[in-house]
Design a protein around this ligand. Structure first.
Ligand code: ZN
Length: 391
């Protein structure tokens, strides 16, 4: 593992992150992304007014329809609170859950409690387990730090598809830069071509049913069907402790321990695979985001990072068994040379090609968050990727 030589003077991100840059005050580029987002989503009256207008537009566009938006739910804090917020604002959401076979019992209970108490219809898409298992194994053999992206991309794919099917224009996602931060592109990258190319190289079966939205699907959803992604949490004060209490009181929601640990695979991935294989500890992102938004002091964050990542010793053998891997195969995976998305065919070169129009679109708020967040905000981290040729 690379030793830490420099830590941002505002958050706790350090120079072990490929592509991080520091300004003359020792502040990192991810802090500057946070500042940009703070300006785009202010918590003052302007922000409140913006949210009011968005909600009014969603209601107006949804008149005469069974629902006015789709909300992705995982049973975790962010998505449950997003659903609660949507209903409290008077929206009529269809809750959509993508079940990839790794749900913890707590997650399932949380989803049912929330949708029942909020009186919201729930639509669950269940992945074909044999197909998804093969895809997950492929991504482990691809030896990349974003081996969990097939699920994230599938969730997007399912939400957009359902919105289009129901004739809706709004996909509501539970993400907040104030608590989650922005993942470096070297840690997380996703697009449909990336997923298909990894499966083609390492998979034993063809993907026939797993939802993988391609580039033209996304263009159709955004450009022709005019579906927008809205992140309600970006418009409000979002304090995890307060939200946990509220969700528990109002919806009987239960915490599952660890960020995104509502999924057993994420639990394995973040607490074992990433730290052991890549030296990546995702708590750095979460704590840094909370430091920037004043929910945690920098000292407290640094102190918390000295504690080992909370780890359930049974999770590794659970994962090996569930993925039908032998101990030997798993050990081989852990020792494979480290790679990144740049080692596989993706749409990234095209995004690079259109960098200038994309930047302009982002500046004028024309770029949907799915593109802005996944590509452009990480742009500053890309330009100094050492020794890689993205095209
Ligand atoms: Zn920073």
């Amino acid at each position: 593992m690379k030793p830490i030589k420099k830590i941002c003077s505002r958050c706790i991100l350090d120079d072990t992150i490929e592509g991080i840059e520091f300004d003359e005050n020792g502040i990192c580029n991810f802090c500057s992304i946070h500042n940009t987002l703070e300006m785009q989503y202010p918590l003052d009256d302007i922000g409140k007014d913006h949210l009011k207008k968005i909600v009014a537009q969603i209601k107006k566009d949804g008149r005469g329809k069974r629902y006015d938006c789709v909300v992705g739910v995982s049973g975790g804090r962010d998505s449950t609170y997003t659903l609660y917020m949507a209903v409290s604002l008077g929206l009529r959401p269809l809750a959509v859950h993508f079940d990839n076979g790794w749900n913890s019992e707590t997650a399932v209970t949380n989803i049912h409690h929330a949708t029942e108490k909020l009186d919201v219809d729930l639509f669950t898409v269940v992945a074909d387990w044999e197909e998804f298992k093969d895809l997950q194994r492929s991504f482990l053999y691809a030896s990349v730090p974003d081996a969990d992206v097939p699920t994230d991309w599938a969730i997007y794919s399912v939400l957009f598809k359902l919105a289009a099917k129901e004739g809706l224009h709004y996909v509501i996602q539970g993400h907040s830069f104030r608590t989650e931060g922005t993942s470096p592109i070297t840690w997380t990258y996703m697009d449909g071509r990336y997923i298909r190319s990894v499966q083609k190289q390492f998979g034993k079966r063809k993907i026939t049913s797993f939802p993988i939205m391609g580039f033209w699907d996304l263009v159709t959803y955004i450009g022709i069907r005019r579906i927008k992604e809205i992140r309600l949490l970006e418009y409000v004060e979002y304090n995890k402790g307060t939200v946990d209490r509220l969700l528990s009181e109002k919806l009987g929601w239960t915490y599952y321990g660890g960020h995104h640990h509502e999924s057993m695979y994420t639990r394995f991935f973040q607490s074992y695979y990433l730290p052991h294989k890549f030296g990546i500890d995702k708590r750095k992102l979460e704590y840094s985001a909370q430091v920037r938004s004043g929910q945690m002091s920098r000292e407290e964050a640094l102190e918390k990072m000295r504690e080992p990542y909370e780890f359930d010793p049974g999770i590794v053998s659970y994962t090996i068994t569930k993925l039908d891997l032998t101990q030997g195969e798993f050990e081989t995976i852990m020792k494979l040379p480290k790679k990144s998305f740049l080692d596989y065919p993706t749409y990234y070169p095209y995004i690079n090609l259109f960098r200038i129009p994309v930047k302009i679109a982002c500046r004028f708020h024309l770029l949907p968050p799915i593109l802005a967040e996944k590509y452009l905000k990480k742009d500053s981290a890309m330009k100094c990727l050492p020794g890689k040729n993205a095209s």
